[in-house]
Design a protein around this ligand. Structure first.
Ligand code: BG6
Length: 468
């Protein structure tokens, strides 16, 4: 749709930026923190581990000051479950509460709204050893953990995100550092884990509303518009399959409290439906999110299934991520899109498509909790980083939000990835995303000095005119 006149970004729009605990904090075993599955997981050869990361744990005051200079209205970060409960459940670690309490105070003092993700990939290792999400007890541990967060920080935190990219943990667990599923029927086990996470999320949303009537809470999946490779009806059907399994399975449950029928049929076909206990679906139905947070990096293109194993083709270049489900859909590349240095397709228009689809389906306010460009930044002799490619990427995506707003989508914030350089999920620290450069290399920590990239000044100026 071409608009003669674009609607402006609303007053009070949350111009923000995002990080996650294990990718930015470091201090992996300090002040009583327990190990997470990330700390105990294998690191991709040639890339750094997460022990020091950007050392935000020791630099948080300096970092928040920089976020304030950047002009951020909101900062989306995650809490490391193992700082609060070193063993996943049991005793609370007061030092963990203290760290996040200080961070939240610091943000508030700078008029930056904290947006808190409760769980971003870093399951406590102690829980993993007891079966992780395959074990229903992990649901209770998550609920206790979430209630502890509401109690400790609910007086200052209004916006809560339950689980980051649950769909990616289920679809691509290997690539993002979650541990392998060892079970007789791995797929059934995987979707049992998924059911437990959905239940944990539902219970946390109910608890949040009971304990903090003023607070708002929502899920934070990675959602992408899925295109058919051609206009062949079979390709369109494949795109519909993929959309259901990749996107709507997660959001239909979070919003409507029901399993998406296409995704459910897919699980039945694979003998992978989860065991649902009495009362589970009532809980799912009673939990109502206040908004939908979503991460968007790219759209996805698929083609009709060939009906055999060739459907599971690794199409994502450097990422080596397998796209496709035998007999359901096959991954395809989109010849209309360019790619970033890591082989990820760049699709700003797909961003508009995605937000329109989500809003059309659920009619809940939206917030973008990740979007950004991973790149090999170059530091010039004078110390500057001229990341025009990042500015270009972000500007094009912000333009699409404005178009989405003009289409009538209710969207209240944009938190690109990432506020500051951090460690990529599985591609090290040379793959940078931040507005703030952190002076470290893969295996040389240097001084971890912070400096402002060109994109920092650009984003600051854009925020100062509310993006309009
Ligand atoms: C999202 C995650 O999937 O993508 C982040 O929520 C992650 O944790 C981001 O860092 C970018 O992916 P990557 O693999 O480049 O770090």
């Amino acid at each position: 749709m071409l608009h003669k006149k674009l609607k402006p970004f609303p007053e009070g729009f949350f111009w923000g930026a995002s990080t996650s605990a294990y990718q930015v904090e470091g201090a992996w075993d300090e002040d009583g923190k327990g190990p997470s599955i990330i700390d105990m997981g294998s690191v991709v050869p040639g890339t750094t581990d997460f022990k020091v990361a950007s050392d935000h744990y020791h630099h948080y005051q300096e970092d928040v000051k920089l976020f304030s200079e950047l002009g951020l209205k909101a900062y989306r970060f995650s809490i490391a479950w193992t700082r609060i409960f070193p063993n996943g459940d049991g005793e609370v670690n007061p030092k963990g509460i203290e760290f996040y309490s200080n961070l939240i105070d610091e943000l508030k003092a700078h008029n930056i709204e904290p947006i808190v993700t409760m769980y971003h990939f870093d399951l406590p290792y102690a829980l993993q050893e007891k079966g992780g999400w395959s074990n229903r007890a992990t649901v209770d541990a998550f609920v206790t953990y979430s209630k502890t967060l509401f109690e400790a920080f609910g007086d200052r935190v209004k916006y809560w995100l339950t689980i980051n990219e649950q769909n990616m943990m289920i679809l691509h667990g290997d690539a993002i550092g979650t541990l392998h599923v060892a079970a007789e029927n791995p797929m059934k086990d995987l979707y049992q884990q998924n059911h437990h996470m959905l239940l944990a999320q539902a219970k946390a949303m109910v608890a949040c509303h009971e304990m903090l009537p003023q607070a708002k809470i929502g899920p934070a999946p990675n959602i992408a518009a899925v295109y058919p490779e051609t206009s062949k009806p079979e390709d369109i059907l494949a795109a519909s399959n993929c959309t259901a399994i990749r996107n709507w399975l997660y959001l239909d449950m979070a919003v409507y409290g029901r399993y998406n029928n296409i995704a459910w049929a897919f699980l039945e076909e694979r003998d992978a439906t989860p065991d649902i206990q009495e009362g589970d679906m009532e809980i799912m139905a009673s939990a109502k999110p206040d908004f939908i947070a979503f991460n968007y990096y790219s759209s996805q293109t698929v083609a009709a299934s060939s009906g055999d194993a060739s459907d599971r083709s690794s199409i994502d270049g450097d990422q080596q991520i397998v796209i496709g489900e035998a007999g359901v859909y096959k991954g395809a590349t989109n010849p209309n899109l360019s790619k970033n240095a890591f082989g990820w397709e760049i699709d700003p228009t797909g961003f508009r498509n995605t937000m329109r689809e989500i809003y059309d389906r659920y009619a809940l306010p939206l917030i973008v909790t990740e979007n950004g460009l991973g790149a090999f930044d170059k530091v010039e002799d004078d110390g500057s980083v001229n990341d025009d490619y990042r500015i270009d990427f972000l500007q094009k995506h912000i333009d699409q939000i404005r178009l989405g707003i003009s289409d009538g989508v209710d969207i209240f914030g944009f938190c690109p990835w990432s506020a500051i350089d951090l460690i990529s999920t599985h591609q090290g620290c040379s793959k940078r995303y931040g507005f703030i450069h952190v002076d470290r290399e893969e295996f040389d920590l240097k001084e971890l000095k912070r400096s402002k990239k060109k994109s920092f000044h650009w984003y600051n100026e854009l925020i100062s005119r509310n993006g309009n």
